[in-house]
Design a protein around this ligand. Structure first.
Ligand code: GH3
Ligand code: MG
Ligand code: MG
Ligand code: MG
Length: 311
């Protein structure tokens, strides 16, 4: 029931769909109980420069989500033992996959049934046999939108740094990586000193500017492989992969000193801002414990008079 044409002949170059911009290949998960249909989809997606992960057993969906982290999901409607709608509901229950586009691909032509499926968490309904061009164009549109939405979701709008949730997500990922590669890993928490006073003295907009100034400063001075997040109001978190504790302390101390010398403008006045820092090094423990230890070290820095780093 799928076109007997070589999909390669039907799909023009990937540039047609991306307007010449090179994009990171979209990661597409396909669930279809028909092995032939699944194989065909895999060929089409690969020809279009996408990364395909194909499953034919609905029971594998949870595992596939975890392992593959798809950006787009294509679901068959009718499979033995369950429907695509039921799978969509399972996917939508997970926060992380809330905004991942779900596209049904089915021979179902009854529009009422199609709309019902869409109302249960699907974004598109495509019918088999599908023209590969149509499929790929849909995937590109959905993928592009999903990526820009995700980019907004993981960042803090004031500073452009990663937000609290994503910072913790990255920390968990880096812990897995450190374990696999048998590498060191450090986590730093920063808190601006007497920030309430900055707001009270110069006003909230100047306070906001200080937050952006520190964000820029951190971005410029840390490595590309480090992750910087706005952990809370005037608190920042830094993940330093493959970094030994002594090196982390030296780097943060250098940044602390340079930042404290920076003059912050406020109208015709200028002032200085300092921060305190606590660092924990990963000891084969979990993210929560790593955070708690960094937080305790930060508290020690505050107790010791602020503008210092505690390891
Ligand atoms: P400490 O040295 O003990 O950290 O003192 P502090 O004044 O920095 O700490 P405190 O927790 O008392 O105050 C934090 C202040 O940060 C209070 C809050 O108004 C301010 N703040 C939090 N988020 C923002 C923000 O987005 N913009 C601005 N301008 N201020 C913020
Ligand atoms: Mg089927
Ligand atoms: Mg604070
Ligand atoms: Mg503070």
């Amino acid at each position: 029931f799928y076109p007997a044409v070589d999909p390669g002949q039907l799909i023009e170059k990937i540039e047609t769909y991306t307007h010449g911009n090179t994009v990171e290949p979209y990661k597409v998960l396909v669930l279809d109980d028909s092995r032939a249909q699944a194989k065909y989809m895999e060929t089409v997606l690969k020809k279009a420069g996408m990364t395909a992960h194909i499953i034919i057993d609905p029971m594998q969906i949870i595992h596939a989500l975890e392992e593959f982290s798809p950006e787009i999901i294509i679901l068959d409607m009718y499979m033995p033992g369950c429907t695509g709608m039921e799978i969509a509901r399972v996917i939508r229950q997970q926060d992380r996959f809330h905004s991942v586009p779900i596209i049904y691909l089915s021979a179902e032509e009854d529009v009422t049934k199609q709309l019902h499926a869409m109302s249960l968490g699907g974004d598109d309904f495509l019918t088999k046999p599908i023209d590969p061009k149509h499929l790929i164009a849909t995937l590109h549109n959905r993928g592009r939108r999903a990526r820009s939405l995700l980019a907004l979701m993981i960042r803090d709008s004031l500073t452009g740094l990663y937000n609290h949730t994503h910072t913790l997500h990255l920390l968990e990922q880096e812990i897995v990586r450190a374990r696999q590669k048998n590498q060191s890993l450090c986590f730093a928490m920063l808190d601006i000193d007497y920030f309430k006073k900055v707001n009270d003295t110069f006003g909230h907009p100047i306070g906001d500017r200080v937050l952006r100034s520190l964000s820029m400063f951190l971005k410029q001075r840390l490595r590309k492989t480090d992750h910087i997040g706005r952990y809370g109001g005037e608190e920042f978190a830094i993940i330093l992969p493959n970094t030994r504790p002594g090196d982390a302390r030296n780097v943060l101390n250098e940044i602390r000193e340079r930042f404290s010398e920076l003059l912050q403008p406020a109208g015709d006045r200028e002032f200085n801002v300092t921060f305190s820092c606590g660092i924990s090094s990963w000891q084969d423990d979990n993210a929560q414990i790593l955070c708690e230890r960094a937080d305790r070290a930060l508290y020690t820095s505050k107790e010791h008079g602020r503008n210092c780093v505690t390891l």
